[in-house]
Write a protein that binds this ligand. Structure first.
Ligand SMILES: Nc1ncnc2c1ncn2[C@@H]1O[C@H](COP(=O)(O)OP(=O)(O)OP(=O)(O)O)[C@@H](O)[C@H]1O
Ligand SMILES: [Mg+2]
Length: 238
């Protein structure tokens, strides 16, 4: 469904991604592991067209997308849960949520998806009139996920959904991801520093180090890999 072929990017003169090759098949959950500054967010921004590659090609459903503007790429069925929720704090929870359905023409579909999202997040319906900026950090993360689901994406990009959350909330977030995978035909590209959780929910993974893919493989193999164990699964890391 998604293919990055030798993708490189730079900010000014500084190279960030270096000849990155990543493939995600329909229905798969794939995780990208990497330390701070490895280029994970840049990778997602590049897929969305917010950062233009300096070399390489990106295909979505066999169509080349790397020269398209972000709104065209999103309209093709890609949604993102950004690193910092990217909500509109002064708007209500409801209006933030409905922005996810911006490209949907049929109000019936929006209503059906709202019902699904309320099932996944039972606290949401009572909070619709609350300003998004007054939600707790965990609630804002959940709203970010709910909003992305309203777009009914083919491909869901998630940028560190567990970042800054307490262990119980992290479990809730990963339970939601597991449920989305089970109930919907959705493909997920998950960026995480919480390698333990990410490798449990994903079927495959890539390790990004200083902008280059240094390892890739099935999640079970990565869990046993010495580099992954030492750098991303060490005792004391979550
Ligand atoms: N707009 C920008 N201009 C210049 N440099 C940038 C810009 N955005 C990111 N960078 C740099 O690119 C590198 C990769 O950043 P990126 O945000 O992709 O990392 P990351 O893997 O998502 O890290 P983290 O886990 O901390 O979120 C960093 O060194 C960062 O400082
Ligand atoms: Mg990041």
């Amino acid at each position: 469904m998604l293919e990055l072929k030798n993708v490189s990017t730079r900010y000014g003169q500084i190279p960030i991604l270096m000849q990155v090759n990543i493939q995600v098949a329909r229905g798969e959950t794939v995780c990208i592991l990497g330390a701070n500054g490895a280029g994970k967010t840049t990778l997602l921004k590049t897929i969305l067209g917010m950062v233009k590659p300096t070399a390489g090609e990106i295909y979505f459903n066999k169509q080349r997308i790397d020269s398209l503007p972000p709104h065209n790429i999103i309209a093709q069925g890609i949604a993102i849960v950004p690193e910092r929720e990217g909500l509109f704090p002064k708007l209500t929870v409801e209006n933030n949520l409905l922005m996810g359905g911006y490209y949907e023409q049929d109000p019936g579909n929006i209503l059906a998806r709202l019902a699904e999202v309320y099932q996944a997040f039972p606290w949401l319906p009572q909070r619709l009139k609350q300003k998004a900026g007054t939600l707790s950090g965990g609630e804002r993360k959940m709203l970010g996920i709910a909003r992305a689901l309203l777009a009914n994406p083919q491909l869901l990009l998630m940028d560190e959904p567990s970042l800054g959350l307490a262990p119980a909330t992290i479990n809730e977030v990963f339970n939601v991801i597991t449920r989305i995978k089970r109930d919907k035909e959705i493909t997920i590209l998950l960026v995480e520093q919480n390698a333990r959780k990410a490798l449990l929910v994903a079927e495959r993974g890539y390790v990004l180090q200083k902008g280059a893919v240094i390892l890739e493989g099935p999640a079970a193999a990565l869990q046993e890999n010495e580099i992954v164990k030492k750098s991303y699964l060490a005792a004391g890391s979550f």
